[in-house]
Design a binder for this molecule. Structure first.
Ligand code: CA
Length: 216
C-alpha cells in the first residue's frame, strides 16, 4: 500500500515516514500543499495523510481541489481540536480526522480501517480458500498454519486480496508497492508472485500473460 504524507513539520514528517515504512507502507512525502496536491492528482495512492496548516495551499484547499477529481481516502491531521474544524473536514470530503499529538498505534489502526473500507471490506480478515489474511496483524495462515512472508510478498498478496476478482496490472502493483525513494527491478514481480504461489498454493494467483494478476 502506498501513502502520501503531506506535512510541513520536518520532525513529524521524517518520524512518521520512518514509522509508516516500518509498518510496511510505501510512503511519498510532500512538504507543502501545492506539491501535495500535484502528487495526489498524479498518483493513485491508497490513502493520503493531510496536515491542515500547510504553506502555499492549506489542507482544506488541497482536499477541496483533490475532491473535484479523485476519491482517494484522506485522513486529516491537525493540531486544532475544534468541532467546527472537524465538521468542515468531513464536509469537504475527509474520510477521517486525527488530532495532534496522536498515538502512532491509533494512526496505524485508523489507516488500516480507512484502506479496508475504501476496498469495501468491513473486517480485517480476508479468507481465500484455505488462506487466511489478517490485515490488522499482517499475518497469513494456510490451513491454520502460519506462513512467513516477506514484507513485499505480504504487500502483493494484500493488494490482490483486497481487489479480489479484479485483474490487477503489473504497473498498478508497482505503483502501490514502491514509493519515490525506492528503486524498482522490473523482474521483481515475477519473483514475488512465484514465492507466493510456492508458499500458499499454485492456484491462488492467476496470471494473465501481458495483462497482470488476479485472485479469482
Ligand atoms: Ca503544519
Amino acid at each position: 500500500m502506498r501513502l502520501l504524507l503531506i506535512e510541513d513539520e520536518p520532525d513529524l514528517l521524517s518520524g512518521l515516514t520512518r514509522a509508516l515504512r516500518r509498518a510496511g507502507y510505501s510512503v511519498d512525502v510532500a512538504e507543502d500543499g501545492e506539491e501535495g496536491l500535484f502528487k495526489a492528482l498524479e498518483i493513485d495512492y491508497d490513502a493520503i495523510l493531510l496536515d491542515v496548516m500547510l504553506p502555499r495551499l492549506d489542507g482544506w484547499g488541497v482536499l477541496a481541489r483533490l475532491r473535484e477529481k479523485k476519491s482517494t481516502p484522506v485522513m486529516m491531521l491537525t493540531a486544532r481540536d475544534a468541532t467546527k474544524d472537524r465538521v468542515r473536514g468531513f464536509d469537504t470530503g475527509a474520510d477521517d480526522y486525527l488530532v495532534k499529538p496522536f498515538e502512532l498505534d491509533e494512526l496505524l489502526a485508523r489507516l488500516r480501517a480507512l484502506i479496508r473500507r475504501s476496498a469495501g471490506k468491513s473486517t480485517p480478515a480476508i479468507e481465500i480458500g484455505a488462506v487466511k489474511i489478517d490485515t490488522a496483524s499482517r499475518t497469513v495462515t494456510l490451513g491454520g498454519e502460519p506462513v512467513a512472508l516477506t514484507s513485499r510478498e505480504y504487500a502483493v498478496l494484500e493488494y490482490l486480496a483486497l481487489h479480489r476478482g479484479k485483474l490487477v496490472t503489473r504497473t498498478t502493483l508497482y505503483e502501490h508497492l514502491y514509493d519515490e525513494s525506492g528503486d524498482t527491478l522490473s523482474n521483481m514481480m515475477d519473483v514475488l508472485i512465484y514465492n507466493l504461489r510456492t508458499k500458499l498454493g499454485r492456484d491462488l494467483i492467476t496470471t494473465r500473460r501481458g495483462h497482470g494478476y488476479c485472485i479469482p
